[in-house]
Design a protein around this ligand. Sequence first.
Ligand SMILES: C[S@@+](CC[C@H](N)C(=O)[O-])C[C@H]1O[C@@H](n2cnc3c(N)ncnc32)[C@H](O)[C@@H]1O
Length: 223
Amino acid sequence: MSSDSTVVTARHFEYVRMHTRPEDGFLLELKAAARAAGIPPIWIAPEQANLLQILLRASGARRVVEVGTLAGYSAIVMARALPPEGRVDTFELDPGHAAFAAEWASRSDVRARVLVHQGDAHKLLPRLPAASADAAFLDADKGGYPAYLRECLRIVRLGGLILVDNAFAFGELFADQPRDRETPAVRRFNEIMAATREVQSVIVPLGDGMWVGVKIAEPAPAA
Ligand SMILES: C[S@@+](CC[C@H](N)C(=O)[O-])C[C@H]1O[C@@H](n2cnc3c(N)ncnc32)[C@H](O)[C@@H]1O
């Protein structure tokens, strides 16, 4: 560890949480309803939600692409940081998750700003035009991340944000025998992200670790 860093402990995380703007009643209700519907509670943490909103507001983002909707929690959070004409296009493979998210997005204060697309993001992202989004948030199958990153480098405009969740592999980044089968994919992706010269990025140690990047160059055309 470099001598100019503080080792972040569980106590620091708790402190960060206690100093973060809390969720409102609607988001708490959404989470309770999702649990009751059997949807796994794997949405982003409130401090990550605040980070996403700060980044979107600061960058003046209007169009956001999300891969991995689940119950719609992060899509609604991000939509709230966009101007009235803004939009989050969120992609979800599981029809049950997509239906739940669409229903809750339609009940939310940002119903006009969230569009849930049900289907495999591997098939749907290539249909989006180049430079049509100001930000992308990747939070789906970890084995798909390299392909999603390639697509989003095309879809997100120069100067736009590339945000990716779970850099800490569900807390198992350094585990000798990780229990989660996606851990090796996260490790491989972290190496790819760190080596992607078109994005200036850093892992922000909030929640399960979030890559925060800015697209600083266009990818070279495929040979
Ligand atoms: C971690 S959850 C997303 C959480 C959500 N971003 C939030 O914080 O509220 C991951 C979601 O990705 C979805 N998913 C997995 N593979 C996918 C794919 N190929 N295309 C689209 N969605 C996918 C899963 O069904 C799951 O609902």
